[in-house]
Write a protein that binds this ligand. Sequence first.
Ligand code: BG6
Length: 472
Amino acid sequence: MGFPVEFLWGGASAANQCEGGIFEGGRGLANVDVCPSGPDRNAVIIGHRKMFQMDEEHQYPAAGGVDFYHRYREDIQLMGEMGFKVYRMSIAWTRIFPNGEEEMPNEEGIAFYEHVFQECRKYRIKPLVTISHFDCPIHLIEKYGGWRDRRMIDHYLRLCRVLFERYRDYVTHWLTFNEINMILHAPFMGAGLCFGNGENEEQVKYQAAHHELIASALAVKLAHEMNPENKVGCMFAAGAAYPYSCRPQDVWEALLTDQENYFFVDVQARGYYPSYAVKRLQKKGVYPVMDGGDEKLLREYPVDFISFSYYNSRCIAAEEQETAEGNLFKSAKNPYLKFSEWGWPIDPLGLRITLNQVYDRYQKPLFIVENGLGALDCPDADGYVSDDYRIDYLREHIRAMKAAVEEDGVDLMGYTSWAPIDLISAGTGEMKKRYGYVYVDRQEDGSGTLNRIRKKSFYWYQRVIESNGEVL
Ligand code: BG6
């Protein structure tokens, strides 16, 4: 009993939130670089305020990140010390193709990730690579309007081909798009979409999503053709939708919310548009334009496994209720739960419920590739953080995951918590919202030494991995 011996314990990060060095190594500019911190961030990430370059008025925290670009050796060494079996990381598209359209890749960018993979190998850490963690070259946004244009598929596949070929010796596990359903909630950050006045946003979002779904299917095809060892997964922002009450109207609304979320995975895992989506998108007049061969492609190349982030469950009411924050979108406040300092519900049992729901629905191996607590950490005089609150959060979630594996029979490949080393928040652009086992001395105003300091949770997680989840 317990976790299988090959269970993949580790942590997850994203290039744009940790690397920095955005003007180094021949890298080009991406949407994720120009999302400012502060009050204008939301309008930019939802595509209502166009920002295609940096200006003097705003701060752009991704520009410096936490300097993984220069400190990756130290960071991976720390992961090795914790006993990581896997490191989920992403590739900055614009390091490989600075404007997204070049014929030949940027060798300096290729070399950077090769060095990262070599460091991982030193500690026997398997990389799990997200091909696109929200990023999209600015040039492609200016020229094509991001994923609203079908030609994005070719540019994305050119990136995939280079990655599958050049990293063949290092990587066998890939994720096509991070949180693909975020296109509905953060369309500029998620897919480079900006909207004109009076434009039908839903139509643009579903058309862009269709292009991503086709790109994802073609990436599965290519990955399998180029290396039969390759396994490709999809990734979505999960979190069971609870009805606010047993009123049938609340139950119905919760079901609709779940369907909106599962739509993407239904296509990627089962290989076709589910009937509820066909009907509803057609009724709203937002059913995407498809090419003749699209349905066949989707059917022929479903993903090998399903990965997801889980931070919180959601509570859905038919009538207006007090709301709570959550991973990029709000829902009704669940009176039975406690909340993080950022107002996100804390619901470990919700992870077990989500695991069961996703496994029941797809019957494919699952991978939890994000889960964690964003909190304010207060280092003592020596810089040490006693983050018992984080340990409590993670312990309860790992217990729930263990129950899903041991008692419910869910086939789970691994767990990568978000994020092993503190980094910039995707939702708010803040540095002070920390998730790591390792504290990074970078403050909200950009000051700090960038030194890495092990927190209490570092030693705790080390024991968890060492005991394969027995000592919690
Ligand atoms: C997910 C993203 O939405 O949640 C990550 O995949 C993100 O990029 C994480 O960082 C946590 O959200 P936040 O807003 O606290 O950074």
